[in-house]
Design a protein around this ligand. Structure first.
Ligand SMILES: [Zn+2]
Length: 159
């Protein structure tokens, strides 16, 4: 590393959803009117811009999850909703993007947004898949949606 250069979190990262939760999302589970409220909330919070790159086109609502160790066992916890443009969202869900054959566009977007070389992107992809493999070994206790109830007043459960 160059002297004086600080370690920064990359702006955009790949977050692969463990297989166990592939069919379990708010977008699928909530009634359309409630999901529309979620989207509107996220877009409003972000001033109608992508929270990563600032783009104003093709906004989508991303569910932000953390994976935590609780007394009940390993838990998937909703920690927020945020506006992402389509290219940033495609990077987040890189596994699905790869499956669709759009990996190259996602790699280029990741290079541009983070200022990374292709090699740095490939190191990040390997790390993301290592985390994915680890999380697929876990026996998940469930999903916590307290944030959704507290923030938007929406009571929901996800299996
Ligand atoms: Zn973006």
């Amino acid at each position: 590393m160059e002297p004086g250069r600080t370690i920064e979190e990359p702006k955009l990262t790949i977050d692969l959803v463990p297989r166990r939760f592939w069919r379990s999302s708010l977008a699928r589970a909530l009634p359309p009117v409630q999901w529309a409220d979620c989207r509107a909330w996220a877009f409003d919070q972000a001033d109608e811009r992508c929270t990563v790159c600032g783009s104003v086109t093709g906004l989508q609502c991303d569910e932000v999850w953390s994976f935590e160790e609780w007394v009940e066992g390993p838990m998937r916890v909703l920690t927020g909703l945020r506006a992402l443009c389509y290219p940033c969202h495609a990077v987040k869900h890189f596994g699905r993007t790869l499956h669709r054959g759009d990996a190259d566009a996602a790699v280029k977007h990741l290079m541009r947004v983070n200022g990374w070389s292709r090699r740095e992107v490939h190191v990040h992809i390997s790390a993301a898949f290592a985390v994915f493999d680890q999380r697929n070994q876990v026996s998940w206790a469930g999903t916590d949606l307290t944030w959704l109830r507290d923030t938007l007043g929406i009571d929901a459960t996800l299996s």
